[in-house]
Design a protein around this ligand. Sequence first.
Ligand SMILES: *[C@@H]1O[C@H](CO)[C@@H](O)[C@H](O)[C@H]1NC(C)=O
Ligand SMILES: *[C@@H]1O[C@H](CO)[C@@H](O)[C@H](O)[C@H]1NC(C)=O
Ligand SMILES: *[C@@H]1O[C@H](CO)[C@@H](O)[C@H](O)[C@H]1NC(C)=O
Ligand SMILES: *[C@@H]1O[C@H](CO)[C@@H](O)[C@H](O)[C@H]1NC(C)=O
Ligand SMILES: *[C@@H]1O[C@H](CO)[C@@H](O)[C@H](O)[C@H]1NC(C)=O
Ligand SMILES: *[C@@H]1O[C@H](CO)[C@@H](O)[C@H](O)[C@H]1NC(C)=O
Ligand SMILES: *[C@@H]1O[C@H](CO)[C@@H](O)[C@H](O)[C@H]1NC(C)=O
Ligand SMILES: *[C@@H]1O[C@H](CO)[C@@H](O)[C@H](O)[C@H]1NC(C)=O
Ligand SMILES: *[C@@H]1O[C@H](CO)[C@@H](O)[C@H](O)[C@H]1NC(C)=O
Ligand SMILES: *[C@@H]1O[C@H](CO)[C@@H](O)[C@H](O)[C@H]1NC(C)=O
Ligand SMILES: *[C@@H]1O[C@H](CO)[C@@H](O)[C@H](O)[C@H]1NC(C)=O
Length: 449
Amino acid sequence: MGSCKFSTFSFLCLIIILIVVSGEESPQLVKDRISLLSFGSGIVLDPEGALESWNSSSTHVCLWTGVKCDDASDHVTQLDLSGLSLHGWISPVLANLSSLLVLDLSRNFFEGHIPAELGYLFRLRQLSLSWNLLGGNIPEELGFLHQLVYLDLGNNRLAGDIPAPLFCNGSSSLEYMDLSNNSLTGKIPLKNECELSALRFLLLWSNRLVGRVPRALSKSTNLKWLDLESNMLTGELPSEIVRKMPKLQFLYLSYNDFVSHDGNTNLEPFFASLVNSSDLQELELAGNNLRGEIPPIIGDLSVNFLQIHLDENLLYGSIPPHISNLVNLTLLNLSSNLLNGTIPLELCLMEKLERVYLSNNSLSGEIPAALANISHLGLLDLSKNKLTGPVPDSFANLSQLRRLLLHENQLSGTIPPSLGQGVNLEILDLSRNEISGIIPSEVAGTQGA
Ligand SMILES: *[C@@H]1O[C@H](CO)[C@@H](O)[C@H](O)[C@H]1NC(C)=O
Ligand SMILES: *[C@@H]1O[C@H](CO)[C@@H](O)[C@H](O)[C@H]1NC(C)=O
Ligand SMILES: *[C@@H]1O[C@H](CO)[C@@H](O)[C@H](O)[C@H]1NC(C)=O
Ligand SMILES: *[C@@H]1O[C@H](CO)[C@@H](O)[C@H](O)[C@H]1NC(C)=O
Ligand SMILES: *[C@@H]1O[C@H](CO)[C@@H](O)[C@H](O)[C@H]1NC(C)=O
Ligand SMILES: *[C@@H]1O[C@H](CO)[C@@H](O)[C@H](O)[C@H]1NC(C)=O
Ligand SMILES: *[C@@H]1O[C@H](CO)[C@@H](O)[C@H](O)[C@H]1NC(C)=O
Ligand SMILES: *[C@@H]1O[C@H](CO)[C@@H](O)[C@H](O)[C@H]1NC(C)=O
Ligand SMILES: *[C@@H]1O[C@H](CO)[C@@H](O)[C@H](O)[C@H]1NC(C)=O
Ligand SMILES: *[C@@H]1O[C@H](CO)[C@@H](O)[C@H](O)[C@H]1NC(C)=O
Ligand SMILES: *[C@@H]1O[C@H](CO)[C@@H](O)[C@H](O)[C@H]1NC(C)=O
């Protein structure tokens, strides 16, 4: 009863404890006690002694570590053993705790399979088994859990296809689904006749999922986080799907095999589909096969944008100056594309930028001195381009700058001595340019050059 703090209510708490401890356990509670003990016998190591209170003799079952009952103490309604470093396996006998609303065994060392019997805990609203060592398939029976709101099976060793009933069979109450960082295969099994209308978080990153983003996901109009990163998904960027998601905050599609529209030439339709998602903060599309120019409409996205990752694609043409409308952006990564033209002056209007990566493109012209107006700039990577001219003197004004990577360009002139004065550089790489002269003593502490 950790919730009974010393206060004017402590007397009340004491009475409740006395009632609970002295009271007879209801017949259902006696059954629940037997089920819990049987489940506990599957726990082979309890290094923190968390389950010492779990013995049949003295303590009322509703006072056992991790156990909570309903108000009348008639049923066990919660079992929360998260983060206790327990080793063992999950006994199917848990299915006998028929009034369970919350089952949280996350952040332990449970091995073996997820028992299919958990699918008979019909009242379950939260099932958290994340951060364990669970293997095998996700049992199809979990699709029977019609009251489920929160399902987290992430960071395990689960394999096989995602069972279709999980995404379909009556799971309309589901708001949070996390199956990330497993070895799940096959398609995302959301059929056209199904809908997850309450879904707000869908996290499937780091699996081996294939196929397209299912069209039926467009019925999940309340989605805030969609993270499909690091799979093997294909097809055009899902513009018709995200268009229906005005509440999106985080859209992560990096490291898949997505292409752009019109035969992988046109990114405009995708960006256009996001202009009404006014809460959008982060867009990650890195490491796909996206071809096309960066459309100027990128500047019409949400002003709340904080991060854009388009690195490791096949984007060509120049960087649209209109991107500078995203005045709250802190990170812009356009590295490893085929971008050419000059670095737009207008970047300096994005005053909150902290990290800018434009390396490994074909950018030419001089480095705009105006970049020194981005007062929070801490990292600027312009390496591996075709930039010419000097390193601007104005960079001495970038007092937050820690990493300045300019190597493998065609820069000339001398290293501005001013760089050492205001700036507190940790890394300055000017190698493989045509810069002459010696390293000013002010910057001699940094590497490169
Ligand atoms: C669990 O319920 C099943 C079926 O009702 C019963 O056969 C079994 O004995 C119960 N197990 C425990 C430990 O209560
Ligand atoms: C049984 O529970 C009580 C109360 O938590 C504890 O003091 C005692 O050590 C436990 N006994 C065993 C054998 O674990
Ligand atoms: C849906 O779940 C019910 C049990 O709740 C089951 O009888 C039915 O076969 C399931 N339907 C599908 C399509 O999985
Ligand atoms: C993915 O899961 C493994 C354990 O299976 C863990 O070591 C790793 O840190 C997880 N990755 C992330 C990014 O959380
Ligand atoms: C955005 O909203 C406007 C006004 O409600 C609407 O006309 C337009 O079609 C919407 N755009 C998209 C991509 O949904
Ligand atoms: C974004 O910028 C606008 C205009 O400068 C500002 O009013 C708003 O508070 C900013 N939003 C965030 C999330 O920083
Ligand atoms: C930016 O992109 C480059 C190239 O893909 C990558 O190496 C780097 O880690 C990225 N940085 C961030 C912060 O995303
Ligand atoms: C530079 O980009 C190309 C693709 O444009 C990529 O193949 C290469 O690995 C990148 N090099 C580095 C060092 O990131
Ligand atoms: C950039 O590349 C395109 C072809 O992708 C070319 O038509 C254009 O002239 C180039 N622009 C510059 C400034 O090099
Ligand atoms: C840079 O900042 C200075 C002073 O804040 C301002 O006068 C100048 O116009 C800015 N330059 C650009 C290109 O915005
Ligand atoms: C640094 O900023 C100050 C104030 O905005 C300005 O007067 C000065 O010219 C700048 N220095 C350089 C080298 O641009």
